[in-house]
Every structure is written in structure tokens, then in C-alpha cells.
Write a protein that binds this ligand. Sequence first.
Ligand code: ATR
Length: 483
Amino acid sequence: MLCLTSSKNTINEVVKEVNQYRKNIDLVELRIDLLKEEEKLKAQEFPALIDLPVILTYRRKSDGGAYTGSEKSRLKLFKSLALSYKFAYVDIEEDVKTSTFDKELREKGVRIIRSYHDFEDNQKDLISKINRIANKGDIPKIAIMTRNIFDVYQIFLAAEQLEHIKEKIIVGMSQAGIPTRLLYKKIGSLLMYCSSDEKINDLGHLNARIMDELYRVREVNENTKIYGIIGDPVMHSLSPSIHNPGFKQIRFNAIYIPFLVDNINIFFKLAERIKIFGFSVTVPHKRSVIPFLGLINREVKLIGSCNTVIRSRNQWKGINTDYYGFLDPLKEDLDNQKIKKVLIIGAGGAARAVVWALKSYNCKLIIVNRNEEKAKALANETMSSYDKLSRASSYADVDMIVQTTSVGMMPNIKETPLKDYNFKENQIVYDLVYTPKLTTFLLDAKSKGCKLIYGWDMLYKQGKLQFEAFTGYHYPKSAEIFV
Ligand code: ATR
């Protein structure tokens, strides 16, 4: 079940919020602590207004809520609302002693969620806490601050031990915890919370439409294959918006999700444990992933960088779809020998794929980078020229300029690595950054009439190639990129 957590401060506003997402959700958590004082008493009318099951929650500040008054008055209002028996569920914090009240609620069929919020990530007594609550017939809810991929791994391990408890709620809070939210059905969580905010907040709360229509989390079952993208940062990635609609279109039972990974070793442990079938790799892991692979193809060997990993029998296989994805929009100009001399900005992982791909067409390359030593190393390896980034403007007679660094990427959209370059009309200018589509670097080139190639074009092509590697099927023409 998907549960919309209310965020508005009047009942009318919450009703509007619910109506906007009605088709994406199964129930609503009404957060009394977020309502204006004069609205709190009206809460009793709320379930009848929306005709969906409602969880009554009155959250203290210490548990991540907004309530700062006395415990006595909180419980007084909470109990009077709960004892109206209009709420299908009531959420009471684990430490609050309310045994007679609990009994009355149980007798009337109101389900009690006993919640425990762990902002310190102690994960202390997690298993015994959940068992104790479940033994009373209530629904344990544990929300744990997940600081990194190790904490996420721990939650999946705990979920295995708690498999026998059918009704429980487990949430990994923070952006690192997003896999626990998107895979809540794999974890065995009865429901997952979502919000009406378009943006993901610090707790990793995702929008209801995104959860339901992009990730289709409610359709995940034991046969759903897990795919994803690893990176740090990773939430900006558009890859989920390519792969998930593709899966849907060809009726492939799979989900593709972002994993914020700070430790690649732990991620591979997690990948084995929860049986991930394949994943995309982005900054900063394209090189560090290689020692974990049993098989690599020619491009990975050449480039020394891997952007796609697939499970191949009992080992991991690495391929690099950036190589062909990069070349795809240039095919015609390369075949017609319109691109002979190229200036490449950057000498990181992305640049390596670009350099080797252009080398296969015998282009003459000049690599410029902030750190000249890195440019030199890549240039020596590929028989190219190199220079400092600050000297880029002295290379005016090139047919194409390729921008491979992350400069200009959201949120720093005003930045460009080439401030005073004199673009010429006949040049092709290619930026690998795809958020925003039109970067400052491309805008400068556009003003001089250059032919632009967007990072989006490469992303889309390399994504389609990944899709083929993941599923064995062509990316469906009719799939619509989720926006
Ligand atoms: P990727 O896989 O995206 O290429 P990377 O291997 O970390 O990531 O490489 C990042 C590239 O962006 C490098 O060329 C880096 O330059 P340095 O080698 O000098 O660090 C470049 N880069 C990142 N931030 C930059 C900035 N603010 N100005 C100029 N170049 C930058």
C-alpha cells in the first residue's frame, strides 16, 4: 500500500492534496501536528471527507514531527480523536504507555501502529523491538536514519530475519535510504509513505506519482527483478526515467532504482544478497567497479571504465555503453570525415570513453584538463596531445569540442569550463552534461551558430544499449520517457 503523508495545515488543503494523488495511493496519514490549532479538532471529520483509510498521527518534535507542547495535552487530543473510531489506523510512538486505550481500540477493530524513530541509526534491539510489538497484535513501524549504503544493507539483513512478521513497516530515512522505500514490498513492509512534494526531501520522501507511475512500486512482487544505478550523487540521474517506462512497455517484471553508494564493496554485498540483476554505474564508481567484475568486454578493457554491470551466471560482467552512446549522434559526420580534429575538455572517466571512441575513427585529439598530469597520462596512453584547461582557447582550429567534466551540471548551471573560448560557426559542440539540457557551455556555442549535441542524446542512446544488455530486448520505440 502507498500512503500519502499529509503536509498541509488545514483540513481543506489536505483533502485537495489527497484528491490530487487519489489514484496513486491506498491510504492517507493525517499529520495532526502539522495542522493549525483551530483545524486540529476538525480532524475527526477528515476520514469521511476522503473516503480512504486514514492513519492518525500526532508526531512529537523528537520523532521528526512538529508538536512541541506537553505530552499530556498531546495524548488528550490524540485519544479523543482515536476514540471516535473513524480512523482505520492510529500511530502511537513505541515508548508511550497507553494499555487501556490500546485495548479499547483493538476491540473496535482500529489497528495500532507502534512507531519507533531512530535518528541516530543505533539499530539497537531492532529485531527484538519489532518482535515484541508484533506479539501484541500491533503493527511495528521502525524508521531508521540510513547514512550510507552499509545502513541500507543492514536494513535488508534485518528484513530477512523479520520475514515471519507479516505486518510491519520498515523505512530507511534519508536519500541513501531510498532503495528501502522503493523496494518496500521486497522488505516486507506493509506500506510505504510518499508525499505531494515534487522534490525529494532530506528524509528521502518521494512524490506519490513518481512512486506509483514511474517506479510502479505497488506492482513489485517476489519475481520482480531489481536493476539500478549506483553513484554519488545519484538522485539527479534520468536513467530511472528511461528504464522503468521501457520495462513497463515490454511487460518485463523489473524495477530500476537509484542507489546512493559511498562504498562499492558493501554495494556488491547488497547486490548479491538482494539479487540485483544489473546496474548502471556513474560518478565516482566507473573505474572502482572494475576489480569486482569477473568478465569485462573490449571497450571496458580499452577505456578502463565501466558504466554497465550485468549478472552473467555466477559472476558480474562489465560493459561500456558510453562508448557507442557517445558515437551515435556523430555517426554521419564521422563517416563523412567531417570530424578530424577534436578538443576534449576533461580527463576523467567520461573523457576516457570519448577519447577511445574517437580514436577508433582516427581523429586527432587534444585533451585539456585542470589537472595537466591527468591529461598527459590519457594523452600518452592514446597517442593524443594535451594541455592545461586554461590554454584551451589556443586550440581554435578544431572541428569539434567535447565537454566531459561535470562543470555546469545542476545546480551550478551558470558555470562553464571554457569561459573565453571563441567558438566558430562550423564547429560541432558536444556537452556530456545532460541536466540542464542546454548548459551554459552549449548556450555560448549556440550564440555563435555552432551545431550542438546534447548530453541527453548520448544518455538516451547509452541507456537504450544498457536496456538491451539488461533485458535482451530492444528498447521499445513506443516507450515514453517519464517526465
Ligand atoms: P567522470 O567519470 O565524470 O569523468 P571523474 O573521473 O571524476 O568523473 O573526472 C572529472 C573530470 O571533471 C576531471 O577531468 C576533472 O578535472 P581534474 O582532473 O582537474 O579534477 C573535471 N572537473 C571536475 N570539476 C572541475 C572544475 N570545477 N573545473 C574544471 N574541471 C573540473
